[in-house]
Design a protein around this ligand. Structure first.
Ligand code: NI
Ligand code: MN
Length: 227
């Protein structure tokens, strides 16, 4: 079963999982690095990791245009309802649900989750997607935490980790995260969008190669990777 990821810049991904189109954190119209427009991107499902504007992004507009089902925590799903988005599925951390594209579990993230209007966005989450033959972990916005080792114990094909520092893990802690997660492949994100989170992903990739068994893949915005 094919699993193709397209990086839309920052922490935003489009996935094609056996023909089902899944968006994660579609921050497009305000993003300096997005290569796709919110009014043209396709979606059957939209996953929102937490309430911050650089993650919930264009979710409301895309959900209304496409009718895509939005998957997020209970609080964010409630807020989306107040914005007129009703095709939703609430989950919460530690819980998983089997969707047509795979089993999606919300995982721990150490971060905030306030919504753009100040509403309570509950607790932030990471995302673990298990398909017939792949397991992919998006740490989303988080600091390093030791329980990443437990997600690694599940056997990860791919981990997507923030390296930007300041708001999330920086390069040093992201390298420690790779050692806890032990993925086959790792992709760095949440860097370079603004000067505040500027990093050299190629220098980080060299450290990953030197110190772990994981294969680092550095994407440019708009770039794709197929599992
Ligand atoms: Ni955030
Ligand atoms: Mn963020």
């Amino acid at each position: 079963m094919a699993f193709e990821l397209t990086w839309h810049g920052h922490a935003s991904f489009g996935m094609d999982i056996a023909g089902i189109r899944v968006l994660l954190d579609p921050f497009l119209s305000g993003s300096p690095t997005a290569m796709v427009q919110a009014d043209e991107v396709a979606a059957d499902y939209i996953i929102v990791s937490h309430g911050h504007g650089d993650h919930i992004g264009d979710t409301v507009a895309i959900a209304k245009r496409t009718g895509a089902m939005v998957i997020s925590n209970h609080e964010i799903v409630g807020w989306l309802g107040s914005q007129g988005v009703t095709n939703t599925h609430p989950q919460h951390i530690g819980g998983g649900f089997a969707y047509p594209f795979g089993y999606l579990k919300l995982t721990i993230a150490v971060h905030g989750s306030a919504l753009p209007d100040g509403s309570d966005g509950g607790n932030p989450a990471g995302v673990l997607i298990t398909t017939q033959n792949h397991k992919v972990y998006f740490a989303c916005d988080t600091g390093l935490f030791y329980s990443m080792k437990l997600y690694g114990d599940e056997g990860l094909d791919l981990a997507i980790l923030p390296i930007g520092d300041n708001f999330t893990m920086g390069p040093d802690d992201a390298l420690r995260a790779v050692k806890l997660l032990r993925p086959r492949v790792v992709i760095p994100v949440h860097f370079g969008t603004w000067e505040l989170i500027a990093q050299d992903p190629y220098a980080w990739a060299e450290r990953v190669k030197a110190e772990t068994d994981a294969q680092p893949v550095v994407l440019a915005p708009g770039g794709t990777y197929t599992l």
